[in-house]
Design a protein around this ligand. Structure first.
Ligand code: SDX
Length: 430
């Protein structure tokens, strides 16, 4: 049986070392290079981490070649069909599906953490009405640690659990208030008798002056969107949360760092960028022009919602959202011309040599904007919706990192290509 190792020889010195290989449950094995610098005096170099595993984890697994996504081993397709976002929150944090009693207790706890400190309401009046809601999210989520001092002890299991509960429960309240404040409307309080998605819709769209009826199809679709965005291995925002957590910062500060990272259009901001792109394309007859722009390396235009660092096949979440999109548009009798452009664009791109060769498929963001438009979620809130869903992933990955047996601060090195050492030159001699 060959040894589970690789041999590396530095040909410039002739020095050879053995690097151990570790194998997981699924997916590629890893070379443990933690001793490389000590034993060979050189660093690995992998900008963008294309070939780098930053940690070991038992939370989520993606097979990019096969379009597989598992939460704690359960396929996303089965969870999307049979589970709910709140049950997935339980699964991701505790590592197992809950019994009926466990779930009812968890649901009660979460619903009784949905209120936020009244001092946090005051924060909103300090923002400009036209601030992007993600700017508000970064600010208000980061401020949670200014109010909830009793759950900041990262070494205490109960504190970590309370912080997780608070983040899951309060994110919809904070998010909905960001939207309502931007419209100069009252900031509705959450209602404990409503489900998770229903409560968010109530805080987003209800008025104190009249009853608000929640359409089951709307709540179900929103719950599915939260579920599909819950976690995704070591994506950019999750890696940010882990790195922030490795300094032993409190969980609220770490999650607010994740919010900032998710905002970028290359990451969670892509769903908003997809709508802007479809509006820019404007008509099916313009698609070929934009596909050509996306293929032109001299043109910065990219097909937003296409491509993925890991999925080199169809993103399984995109498939599920696309199907839900068709159902929601039909049931709500919404005729969105952007959906027709999106489907036509997908059809053309999937047959185009460039996209086939580069394995560029629609990702979760490609259809999530369309379905959110059908649910009357404003475009500026799309990444905020992503934030609500991903909070459980961030805090579960943080919880895993902070309880590792060997927990070190993350501190990458570099390849220095700057000036060689030189002496200071007095100004009158320059
Ligand atoms: C999310 O990591 C995650 O898991 C993220 C996420 C999650 O749940 O957390 O799944 C959520 O962020 C989904 C991705 C949303 N972003 C977008 O849709 C933005 C558009 N996509 C691209 O910016 C890009 O595909 C990325 C950022 C998603 C992935 O970038 P990579 O892996 O670094 O790939 P790359 O930029 O090196 O592209 C490889 C090639 C390049 O061509 P070459 O230089 O090799 O000739 O493909 C091209 C790129 O130019 N390319 C595209 C393209 N995406 C990549 N060309 C046109 N349109 C695109 N969308």
């Amino acid at each position: 049986m060959p040894k589970d190792s690789v041999t590396i020889t530095d040909n410039s010195t002739g020095k050879t070392i053995e690097i151990p290989i570790r194998r997981g449950t699924h997916g590629p094995a890893v070379m443990d290079v933690s001793g490389l610098y000590k034993n060979l005096g050189i660093f690995t170099y992998d900008p963008g981490f294309l070939s780098t595993a930053s940690c070991e984890s038992d939370i989520t697994f993606i097979d990019g070649g096969k379009g597989v996504l598992l939460y704690r081993g359960y396929p996303i397709e089965q969870l999307a069909e049979h589970s709910s976002f709140l049950e997935v929150c339980y699964l991701l944090w505790y590592g197992a599906l809950p019994t009926k009693d466990q779930f009812e207790k968890f649901r009660w706890i979460i619903s009784h953490h949905t209120m936020v400190h009244e001092g946090l309401r005051e924060f909103y009046s300090g923002f400009r009405r036209d601030a992007h809601p993600m700017a508000v999210m970064v600010g208000v989520v980061g401020a949670l640690s200014a109010f909830y001092h009793d759950s900041l002890d990262i070494r205490d299991e109960r504190s970590r659990e309370i912080s997780a509960h608070r983040l899951i429960a309060k994110m919809p309240t904070i998010a909905a208030w960001a939207y309502r404040y931007s419209r100069g409307e009252p900031l509705p309080y959450p209602r404990n008798n409503l489900g998770y998605a229903e409560n968010f819709l109530h805080m987003m769209f209800s008025y104190p002056s009249e009853d608000y009826t929640i359409k089951p199809v709307t709540a179900k679709a929103l719950d599915l969107i939260f579920l599909l965005h819950a976690d995704h291995e070591q994506n950019a925002s999750t890696s940010t949360v882990r790195l922030a957590g490795s300094s032993q910062a409190n969980p609220f500060a770490c999650v607010s760092a994740g919010v900032g990272t998710l905002w970028g259009p290359a990451h969670g901001g892509a769903n908003e960028a997809v709508i802007k792109m479809l509006e820019q394309i404007e008509d099916v007859k313009n698609i070929d022009k934009y596909v050509a722009k996306a293929k032109d390396h001299n043109d910065p235009f990219r097909l937003m919602g296409f491509g993925h660092r890991v999925y080199k096949n169809y993103d399984p979440r995109a498939k599920i959202i696309r199907k839900a999109c068709l159902e929601v548009l039909e049931e709500l009798k919404v005729d969105d011309p952007l959906f027709e452009i999106a489907m036509r664009l997908e059809e053309i791109a999937l047959k185009d040599e460039y996209f086939i060769e580069k394995k560029l498929y629609p990702n979760v963001d490609f259809y999530s904007g369309i379905i959110q438009r059908a649910l009357r979620i404003p475009t500026s809130m799309f990444t905020v919706i992503f934030t609500i869903g991903r909070t459980i992933g961030w805090i579960s990955q943080w919880g895993e990192m902070i309880t590792e047996k060997v927990q070190r601060i993350g501190r990458p090195r570099q390849l220095y290509i700057g000036e060689a050492k030189r002496d200071y030159v007095p100004m009158d001699q320059r």
